[in-house]
Design a protein around this ligand. Structure first.
Ligand SMILES: *Cc1c(COP(=O)(O)O)cnc(C)c1O
Length: 454
């Protein structure tokens, strides 16, 4: 989005302006000439700009000089797609947005200050007072808090369904339901939903499927399996190094917002002199509306420095996800045979309850492993106390191996009933396997298990 007329050979995903270009961009995306690893290092930055800088520069600027007053007017009225002010756009952030959208096969991306705000905007952009969403119940603890407590204060509500309860999704949808929401590798028990079946239910009811692909990026492309909107915490595997907060929303461009259920997309917006998003922006309507109404007004903007860091992460995404997955499978196999372990969940294990469905959708099985330590709460706490290489933190997707005790951290805000509901037992330990030598990871887990379960 640095230059309106940029022609982008790899995947031009963020030209918000005119409908002719939209269909052209779509074509480029559909017959994408490059593979994922190429997109991860090039997409969004084919036009090097006036500096010729090979790496993506950090444009640490709040404002952009207008050519003249007419140019300024055209930018403000969205007749021209160009930078105005940092809250709405930034060239470094645009590269980040274009790159994620290209990797995931969407028509456009919108970066956010956090994964949390990506989720908030994705829901607010399609719903109004009195509406609801239907969501799988095996979500990141922060998302459950938002859906259960804050969303109702904003006049919307949630109806939870068990991740694999297909009839439940169908039966929960009513005429005020505006989306189905699922996580690609559910937090915390690593359940993988049947995306294509759930997408079908959503589409039969003229509503979009929103997928949180935080844990699945690099393993799974939700848009290829029917997702309409994809949200991510970039803080995790996209950044990959545990140093920067960020989020992103990717618009597939496939959903028909003119189907009668989403009036805000089809009625004049008085804050933009009466423009109608679906008329003016075609298949980019969702992402342009989210940027120009919600990012403009809520200010959940990412800093250019964080976008830069997240771009560095994207450049090695496939390489890292392969190594995370290889290491995690070996850890899961080790735990499976260990006498101090009660149970193991890892979708890559052949006898795992999620293996069949995960094999249908995922390229590799990712870096998250869940297990129950023999005993329970006391042994779990002792395990955490005794790890040396592993870090006890409330995070996933770092280059380092992390360990969490969900009942006392990520899910600690939930009530006892809610904990039971989402399957967080006191013995439950979650690992986010890093990129270290596998022997070192396993040795550390082994010695801590021995000390914990004597
Ligand atoms: C971390 C996380 C979030 C929230 O993202 P932040 O970047 O921490 O705001 C949302 N969904 C999932 C699955 C996550 O792991």
């Amino acid at each position: 989005m640095i230059n309106e007329n940029k022609t982008n050979n790899i995947a031009d995903t963020n030209n918000i302006n005119n409908n002719e270009n939209n269909s052209k961009n779509n074509d480029i995306n559909k017959k994408k000439r490059y593979g994922d690893k190429t997109l991860e290092v090039h997409a969004g930055h084919e036009d090097l700009g006036h500096t010729g800088s090979r790496a993506v520069p950090i444009y640490q600027t709040t404002a952009y000089v207008f050519d003249d007053v007419d140019d300024a007017k055209d930018r403000f009225s969205l007749d021209k797609d160009d930078n105005i002010y940092i809250r709405l756009n930034n060239p470094t952030t645009s590269v980040f947005e274009d790159r994620v959208a290209a990797i995931e096969g969407g028509v456009g991306g919108l970066a956010q200050s956090s994964g949390a705000s990506a989720i908030v905007l994705s829901i607010l952009n399609i719903s109004k007072l009195g509406d609801n969403i239907v969501s799988a119940d095996n979500l990141y603890g922060g998302t459950i808090n938002f859906f259960t407590y804050t969303l109702p204060k904003l006049g919307r509500s949630v109806k939870y369904v068990k991740c694999d309860d297909i009839e439940g999704y169908k039966n929960s949808i009513d005429d005020k339901t505006k989306a189905i929401f699922v996580e690609s590798i559910g937090n915390p028990r690593l359940d993988v939903p049947d995306f294509e079946t759930i997408a079908e239910i959503a589409h039969e009811n003229d509503i979009p499927l929103i997928v949180d692909n935080t844990a699945g990026i690099g393993l799974f492309k939700p848009i290829e399996h029917g997702a309409d909107i994809v949200v991510y915490s970039a803080t995790k595997y996209i950044g990959g190094h545990g140093n920067s907060l960020g989020g992103v929303i990717v618009d597939s461009g496939n959903f028909d917002w003119t189907n009668g259920k989403f009036s805000e997309f089809n009625t004049p917006d008085p804050s933009y002199h009466g423009i109608i998003f679906t008329e003016k922006f075609g298949d980019h309507a969702f992402v342009v509306k989210a940027r120009t109404q919600l990012l403009r007004d809520l200010g959940t903007t990412i800093s250019p420095f964080n976008s830069f860091q997240l771009i560095q992460g994207l450049e090695t995404l496939s390489l890292r996800m392969k190594q995370h997955s290889d290491n995690a499978l070996k850890v899961a196999e080790f735990l499976k045979k260990n006498p101090n372990v009660a149970w193991v969940s890892y979708p890559g294990l052949e006898d795992d309850s999620n293996h069949e469905i995960a094999s249908k959708y995922l390229k590799d099985f990712g870096g998250l492993v869940a297990f129950g330590i023999k005993g329970g709460l006391v042994e779990g706490k002792k395990f955490i106390k005794n790890v040396e290489l592993l870090s006890h933190v409330a995070n996933i997707g770092d280059s380092r191996t992390l360990v969490t005790h969900p009942a006392s951290t990520t899910h600690s805000q939930l009530s006892k009933e809610e904990l039971d509901e989402v399957g967080v037992t006191p013995d439950f330990i979650r690992l986010s396997i890093g990129l270290e030598n596998i022997e070192d990871i396993i040795n550390d887990i082994d010695q801590a298990l021995k000390k914990a379960v004597q």
